[in-house]
Design a protein around this ligand. Sequence first.
Ligand code: HQG
Length: 188
Amino acid sequence: MYKGRDTFISKKISLALRHKPEAYGLELAKDGSVPVEKLLNGINSVHKFETPVTEEDVIRVMKNADKQRFAIEDGRIRALYGHTAIHVEYKPSEPPEILYHGTAHKFLDSIKKEGLLPMGREYVHMSADIDTAKKVGLRRDKNPVILKVDAKKAYKDGIKFYYISDKIWLADKVPPEYINFSSIGEFL
Ligand code: HQG
């Protein structure tokens, strides 16, 4: 679990690496990465911490996270998913039979018509486990809907899926015929 400072650091790294790199003086490479040093400089110049954020802080935040959001490689750090600032290309993977998507009741009519769309992001986000989907849904509805996606069938019909971790699978979109709406309420 995070303490207050670590939650703040995690949120600001997400902001910098997913949504507003320019606000931190950053330019994301094609894979979304920036030098760790530059991220630290950006965060420390925008947010005046009592003690500046260090690479050790970032590593601790990543280690204690409920899911893997960032990766550090060769001195560069990137967000693994969730971008709005750039379109990161991933290698498609074959998904499991079923993936889950947690959402709010108020979006259901629209999802029934249009399917799952990336909305503000670049991809639709799903998980292999129900618990993660429930947590995602709880961000938007205190009694969230958990939708079951026939991922394997969609994949076989040509919809592309991308594996990030068991807690995060991405897809370009999920048309309504691959969503099991009868599962609504089953997990509540
Ligand atoms: C909904 C966080 C109307 C969709 C989370 C969702 C996740 C539609 C919302 C990750 C729709 C978009 C992503 C349609 C989809 N009509 N509403 N056709 N299609 N929606 O935040 O999946 O903790 O962009 O159901 O935990 O909620 O930040 O996506 O409710 O893993 O690392 O539109 O972000 O990760 O919301 O969350 P979001 P999401 P972090």
